[in-house]
Design a protein around this ligand. Structure first.
Ligand SMILES: Nc1ncnc2c1ncn2[C@@H]1O[C@H](COP(=O)(O)OP(=O)(O)OP(=O)(O)O)[C@@H](O)[C@H]1O
Ligand SMILES: [Mg+2]
Length: 218
């Protein structure tokens, strides 16, 4: 499902963001990615979601080799992946409902189907009462849940979540992890970057730890 083999990421300034990364995640797995700030977690996720290409080595996701995807293939590739960004990336001039509906709109679903599914997923993340608000009118934790709903709305085969509970209190973090586990139970492969060692310790899932651009535990 996700394979890294001798993958490197060297930035234009020469900095080695990732060095000789090797691991494999099978379909249906739930895996944590941990490591200190600056370790390379977001860099690694950007390779999985096709926002960036490895400088060398192999990154394969859902049967596609990211390095060799043509630009025209990228939108189709990304449609099978759900991404929760560390900084949410919500559209300020769209309502909560419109933000969440975006992946289905891009895919060309019917207006009725989009509306139904967007309302349903917003209820699931506990934001049914905020559908018509704009991102600047809601709290950071609520924005985070909008980002989560948007990542899940199209039933992706792989969900990558970069610090999905970074701005949430403990109760809400537990709720979000329940949601991610429920998504995983339905067959979605889930890969979550987090600093929350407490949450990791309480769960039976595999942990990949990186430090200074290298895997130190897998
Ligand atoms: N475009 C870039 N050019 C040069 N260096 C970069 C670039 N992007 C990231 N880096 C560096 O690569 C390293 C890894 O960054 P990354 O954002 O992947 O860390 P992270 O593990 O996600 O950290 P955090 O937990 O703070 O989000 C950092 O030292 C960062 O400064
Ligand atoms: Mg990061």
């Amino acid at each position: 499902m996700i394979t890294f083999a001798h993958a490197y990421k060297v930035f234009p300034n020469g900095y080695q963001g990732l060095r000789d990364i090797n691991f494999k995640i099978d379909k249906g797995e739930f895996v944590f990615l941990t490591g200190p700030s600056g370790a390379g977690k977001t860099t690694l996720f950007r390779l999985i979601s096709g926002f960036d290409r490895p400088s060398s080595g192999l990154v394969e996701v859902l049967g596609s080799e990211v390095a060799t995807l043509k630009n025209v293939q990228i939108p189709h590739f990304r449609r099978r992946i759900g991404v929760i960004y560390q900084d949410f990336r919500l559209l300020r001039d769209r309502t909560v409902l419109q933000n969440v509906a975006m992946p289905l709109l891009v895919r060309g679903d019917s207006a009725g189907a989009i509306d139904r599914r967007a309302r349903e997923i917003l209820q699931t993340v506990g934001l049914g009462f905020r559908m018509d608000s704009y991102p600047d009118e809601i709290s950071g934790g609520e924005q985070q849940r909008v980002a989560i709903a948007r990542a899940l709305i199209h039933h992706p085969g792989v969900l990558i979540a970069d610090e999905p509970t970074g701005n949430l209190d403990q109760d809400m973090s537990v709720e979000i992890f329940r949601l991610l586990e429920a998504v995983n139970a339905q067959g979605t492969t889930v890969f979550v970057a987090t600093h929350d060692t407490e949450l990791i310790r309480k769960r039976p899932f595999r942990v990949i730890e990186i430090n200074d651009g290298q895997v130190v535990r897998s």
